[in-house]
Write a protein that binds this ligand. Structure first.
Ligand SMILES: Cc1cc2nc3c(=O)[nH]c(=O)nc-3n(C[C@H](O)[C@H](O)[C@H](O)COP(=O)(O)OP(=O)(O)OC[C@H]3O[C@@H](n4cnc5c(N)ncnc54)[C@H](O)[C@@H]3O)c2cc1C
Length: 393
């Protein structure tokens, strides 16, 4: 593996760095330096303003083709962009469920017409997508889901019934992608279809609810005899074929667990901030503790290991060896690493951690890493059975 960046890549990095520095300062100033969490209604609007700034400069989705709102950058450049983004302290991407999860699936399974409609609007932050997998009785065991979509040929569309839950930022989004049972006689993984659903249709109720950290970031979505016409999305609301939902959804979850959702820049930036925190505190309480010092160094090394591993993943993928079920191992690594980095910061801060906004807020979110994108127990099952080939029982 060649670990050096080309002159053009270094130039791209320098451009991104100076653009981010300037524009992030301008964005913060536009909001009087009071940036709220993107998982609150007011904060979401601020973050959307930022998304549009990114889009106008061609930085919202750097690796997409220009026709869809990107700048045709390579995946290596995408990694550079992410490194710079987190290094500069760029805000959470409130469009992430669309651009990092649905978009790769649309690229893989969408028709030309679906791609031409959905992708540019998503890149521009005009359509905002949330993810509709979980239901009150279907979380880890997603195949037990019971939300129904019944075909109505006379009207040309689908009638939806049931409930989704834990829908991240659902209350602020305009569209949902999710799995629905289209064959009433089917069970488990069969008879499921991946649908693209506008949320403003008659019969759909979106009810936001609070998280433990106080943000209003979750929603329940109720479908009550809601009719979705085929033409609600040009090219159709079915992604990847009727009854093919499970395999299409697995492509999305693999994006969520693997590369696209959690670029290593996020963790290398956190590890660098942790080292800075340690230095600021040198000589203070906690820093005489060699165990804690080792944890800081260990955290930095683990973030770097993740960065190198990602470079390997991209190389493999470019050479036709996709990660597949191994994305479960990646998810275990980043979610547990994130938690360890934040726990070490809280140990360094001691009682002050209670007062420190960014680290304690980051820690609260890191706690959910082993749960979302499929719990870590489930990822360990997948790794055992599909990566190591161990027996199911
Ligand atoms: C921050 C956050 C954001 C989320 N965003 C979304 C979203 O946008 N859209 C969406 O659809 N969902 C979302 N979710 C929901 C998430 O996908 C589910 O919470 C997750 O799949 C687990 O399902 P559950 O909560 O029903 O837990 P359960 O499935 O009830 O699991 C409870 C416990 O049992 C364990 N367990 C269950 N089955 C097994 C097994 N076979 N072997 C070993 N252990 C097992 C689990 O690991 C867990 O510890 C989000 C969750 C969080 C925390």
């Amino acid at each position: 593996m060649d670990l050096t960046w080309s002159a053009a890549e270094e130039e791209f990095r320098a451009d991104v760095r100076s653009w981010l520095e300037l524009q992030l300062a301008a964005w913060r100033e536009r909001h009087d330096e009071r940036i709220l969490s993107g998982d609150t209604a007011a904060g979401f609007a601020q973050h959307l303003d930022w998304e549009r700034t990114l889009f106008d400069a061609g930085y919202a989705v750097v690796s997409w083709p220009e026709a869809f709102g990107g700048r045709g950058a390579s995946r290596w450049e995408w990694l550079i962009f992410e490194e710079e983004y987190y290094r500069a302290g760029g805000p959470q991407r409130v469009t992430q469920n669309g651009i990092f999860l649905l978009a790769p699936t649309i690229f893989e399974f969408g028709s030309a017409e679906q791609q031409a409609h959905v992708l540019p609007r998503m890149a521009a932050g005009e359509d905002l997508w949330c993810q509709g997998w979980s239901e009150p009785d279907a979380g880890s065991d997603l195949a037990s889901l019971s939300c129904r979509a019944t075909r109505d040929d006379r009207r040309g569309g689908w009638v939806l019934d049931g409930q989704k839950t834990w829908t991240t930022r659902g209350a602020f989004c305009t569209h949902l992608f999710g799995l629905f049972r289209t064959d009433a006689d089917s069970a488990r993984h069969a008879g499921l279809t991946y649908l693209l659903v506008p949320l403003d249709l008659h019969g759909i109720t979106v009810r936001g609810f609070g998280r433990l950290d106080g943000d209003e970031g979750f929603a329940e979505v109720f479908f009550d005899d809601a009719f979705v016409p085929d033409g609600a999305v040009p090219g159709g609301v079915v992604l990847g074929g009727v009854g093919q939902g499970w395999s299409v959804a697995m492509a999305t979850t693999s994006s969520e667990r693997g590369l696209t959702l959690r670029a290593p820049g996020r963790f290398t930036a956190t590890a660098d901030r942790l080292v800075d925190l340690y230095r600021q505190r040198a000589g203070g309480p906690g820093t005489a503790d060699r165990g804690l010092r080792d944890q800081v160094v260990q955290g930095w090394m683990e973030a770097e290991a993740y960065r190198l591993q990602t470079l390997q993943t991209v190389t493999d993928d470019d050479e036709g060896r996709p990660a597949g079920a191994a994305s479960s191992l990646v998810k275990l690594w980043w979610s547990e690493l994130d938690l360890r980095l934040h726990e070490t910061a809280l140990d360094l801060l001691g009682p002050e951690a209670e007062l420190d906004g960014p680290w304690s807020k980051g820690w609260q979110f890191a706690l959910s890493g082993p749960i979302y994108a499929g719990t870590n127990e489930i990822q360990r099952n997948i790794a055992a059975e599909r990566v190591l080939g161990l027996p199911r029982k």
